[in-house]
Write a protein that binds this ligand. Sequence first.
Ligand code: ATP
Ligand code: F6P
Ligand code: MG
Length: 318
Amino acid sequence: MKKLGVLTSGGDAPGMNAAIRAVVKAASHYHVEVMGIQVGFQGLIDGKIHKLTSQEVEDIADRGGTILKTSRSLEFMEETGRKKAFNRLKDLDIDSVIVIGGEGSLKGAEKLQKLGINVVGIPGTIDNDLAYTDYSIGFDTTLNTVLECIGKIKDTDYSHDKTTIVEVMGRYCGDLALYSALAGGGEIISTPERPLDLYSICSKLRLRMSSGKNDNLVIVTERMYDLQDLQHYIEKKLNISVRTTSLGFIQRGGNASAFDRVLASNMGVKAVELLMNGYSGLAVGMKENKMIHKELGCVNSEIADKQDKYRLLEKLLG
Ligand SMILES: Nc1ncnc2c1ncn2[C@@H]1O[C@H](COP(=O)(O)OP(=O)(O)OP(=O)(O)O)[C@@H](O)[C@H]1O
Ligand SMILES: O=P(O)(O)OC[C@H]1O[C@](O)(CO)[C@@H](O)[C@@H]1O
Ligand SMILES: [Mg+2]
């Protein structure tokens, strides 16, 4: 490896900074120069690239967001944009790039690799929607933020005997809702993997109310319902008053959890080591507590099997 570029892309995720730190530290261990590519693939196209020093990343492991900034680049989706990005790398003699981002970013990484750059991807997204890895960087921190918020909502729900609908992020993946419920943060959940229709949500609520539980938390993944319609439907059907909270961007910020920092550190170092050993076109991940790597082409098509987790949930929620 001659010179390494690193970028963050897609939604920011807590732990991305810890991954950047690990990449820079590991590269410096092998005496490889690292260039920080600002603002994701768009910054690469625009040439926003500077040398990243060990000093610059010394104190960033805990910080949420990404010091490199990020973007969703429409231009990189086009071949002409990607060609510009490729030329920027060639001009600066950067032969290898580490892409930290979600499933979209790893698709972008695969395309960059096909242009002849050595590329390794690191999964960084709060959505945890990459099936090849048990966890992506950011998911654990966000899950903890969601649980903290839900805990607060539950206090007021209990005091007023109220039902609340809480909408969490995840794009088309229900993991944030699923794991929140597994951790005791919700009694009724609806996710893209196991969607409930309005009628079923009311039936479940009715059952809980008939057993004397009048403060109930319905946790749903974003983009599944018009929240106002859902609230009004339940209110009318069950003759109760319902509150609705969409947790929004509070979920994406905040200091990275210890888990995410350690995961990011492992992944950052592993990505550099793969490149040092001549590998390319791979994404690093974690499966059953072990670091793994897979071909970028495969990671993008793998579908997650969540059966076990949903079976566990059935036993917990009854
Ligand atoms: N098929 C693709 N080809 C080339 N580039 C892509 C492709 N899909 C996504 N990208 C690039 O990756 C960027 C980020 O993708 P996306 O918006 O899907 O976020 P993500 O990486 O999945 O992260 P998150 O879901 O956490 O926000 C896109 O804006 C685009 O620049
Ligand atoms: O920041 P934006 O572009 O509004 O994206 C929001 C999306 O990003 C995520 O926070 C992370 O992918 C999703 O959960 C959410 O759907
Ligand atoms: Mg995504």
